[in-house]
Design a protein around this ligand. Structure first.
Ligand code: 5AD
Ligand code: SF4
Length: 461
């Protein structure tokens, strides 16, 4: 596997040194992340590169270098970027040495990059998702030449291992297991921008996790657009369930999560591995998208209302108490009132702990964008009804573990109440309880005393 090119970072270090001389101080860098966990993980790599090259981390967009890692899954993500750019432009007028770099999914869209080139000429560096590892070389070139550097690749050339990483938190980490997506759900732009599905080799994944464990990480989130189809195209035949079992065997790793699961590929073997491994968290995010079999066909999802209901039933039976969450799209082209009622019916039957609900957003180049659209006022009305139901059921489901004592990973101090900390249960629900900062990053047993909305108040036992 190609390794990260250390020479490029040496060059960036030299350029950063010159930049520091001009500024009269160490330059600061702020990485802003839009979108999913994959982007969040990529941003940790971007920051890792920048810290290695001599930048200082900043959470403020007033920083000398601002990198925006963009998302394009829905139109409003794109609009958010343009909002930010207007603001950055005025900051750059006051700080002419300021550098602005854009990367991520939206940069894979040619029209957007053209718009940025023409209308947002103050942007210094643009790169995409397939050449993230080229960031040091591109930034160094911009610093050296003073000219804009735009480089976006249409497809991935290779998977580059061993980029430096600056983790957001010391005790947990995302780990990519695959990149891209081959499913081509008809509403989704991801396969076009992130390219074909490529799995990392199991030994590279396990080696990274062993190193993370040695570095104090106790919780791992395995990341892929569709983790359940992991292994496709690898020389060695290995399933996601097998990989998950291997990850659970790594000493020091106490909890394993994964994201995202496609219902069509969730195997009985995976259900068994979840059931038999206490380390696998009792939470499954299983995007439904629609409860209507007719719409699911139109979406190219390869499952039906009945098979989704059967799957969730089998999961709940095998792993009692597991928390199920989902994604639902309202107003996919051609969705009728009857179709929408089917979605409500699935929500009622499965009783999700929570659901991300989205208004369908047409994405240029996807098949659904050319289908007959549902009027916005109809979508709005359905969206409100779905949200009501999801919240009502979520509220009824929350609190079902009151009285139990369960392990919680302490993630921080409670910002509302001094002397209290906040922990995450295996099923992803939060609990607040008396404790001090020394507990952060540790797993402790907490008795769940009361439920307040969607979280618990507890006491360490
Ligand atoms: N419109 C609305 N929601 C979408 N999603 C993906 N594409 C679109 C779109 N065009 C949602 C899906 C997916 C989640 C990450 O985003 O529900 O699971
Ligand atoms: Fe998009 Fe479907 Fe792939 Fe998920 S599985 S990234 S929704 S195409």
């Amino acid at each position: 596997m190609p390794e990260y090119d250390v020479l490029e970072i040496e060059k960036l270090k030299r350029e950063t040194g010159r930049y520091a001389e001009k500024l009269g101080r160490k330059p600061t860098a702020c990485v802003v992340t839009f979108g999913c966990q994959m982007n969040a993980r990529d941003s940790e790599k971007l920051l890792g590169i920048l810290l290695t090259a001599g930048f200082e981390e900043s959470a403020d967009e007033k920083a000398d270098l601002v990198v925006i890692n963009t998302c394009t899954v829905r139109e409003n993500a794109n609009e958010r970027l343009y909002g930010h750019l207007g603001h950055l432009n005025s900051m750059k007028r006051e700080h002419p040495l300021k550098l602005i770099a854009l990367c991520g999914c939206m940069m894979q869209e040619k029209d957007e990059v053209e718009r940025i080139r023409k209308t947002y000429s103050f942007v210094d560096v643009v790169f995409g998702v397939h050449n993230l590892y080229r960031f040091p070389a591109l930034l160094a070139r911009r610093m050296e030449s003073g000219r804009k550097v735009f480089e976006v690749w249409d497809k991935a050339e290779k998977i580059v291992e061993d980029l430096p990483v600056k983790r957001d938190v010391p005790y947990k980490s995302g780990v990519n297991i695959s990149y891209g997506c081959d499913n081509f759900c008809t509403y989704c732009i991801v396969p076009y921008v992130r390219g074909r599905e490529r799995s990392r080799r199991p030994e590279d994944i396990l080696c990274e996790i062993r190193r993370l464990a040695e570095d104090g990480v106790i919780e791992i989130m395995l990341l892929g657009q569709n983790v359940n189809s992991y292994g496709k195209g690898l020389e060695e035949k290995v399933t996601f369930a097998e990989l998950l079992e291997e990850v659970c065997r790594i000493p020091g790793i106490e909890r394993v999560r994964f994201m995202t699961s496609h219902p069509k590929d969730l195997s009985p073997e995976l259900i068994r591995v979840i059931r038999d491994n206490e380390k696998v968290c009792r939470h499954l995010h299983l995007p439904l998208q629609s409860g209507s079999s007719r719409i699911l066909t139109q979406m190219n999802r390869h499952y039906t209302k009945e098979s989704y209901l059967d799957l969730t039933r089998r999961i709940k039976e095998a792993v009692p108490g597991i928390s199920l969450t989902t994604d639902i799209i309202v107003g996919f082209p051609g969705e009728t009132e009857e179709d929408f009622e089917e979605t409500l019916d699935v929500v009622r039957q499965v009783r999700f702990d929570s659901a991300f609900t989205f208004i369908y957003s047409p994405r240029t180049g996807t098949p659904a964008a050319k289908m007959e659209q549902v009027p916005p006022e109809v979508i709005k009305e359905r969206f409100a009804r779905l949200l009501d139901l999801v919240q009502k059921i979520g509220a009824e489901e929350s609190g079902r573990d009151v009285g139990k004592t369960l392990p919680a990973l302490v993630e921080g101090s409670d910002p509302q109440v001094p002397g209290r900390v906040t922990g995450r249960l295996s099923n992803n629900v939060m609990v607040h309880f008396p404790g001090d900062e020394s507990l952060i990053g540790k797993i402790v047993n907490v008795q769940l005393k009361e439920v307040h909305g969607f979280y618990y108040i507890g006491e360490m036992s």
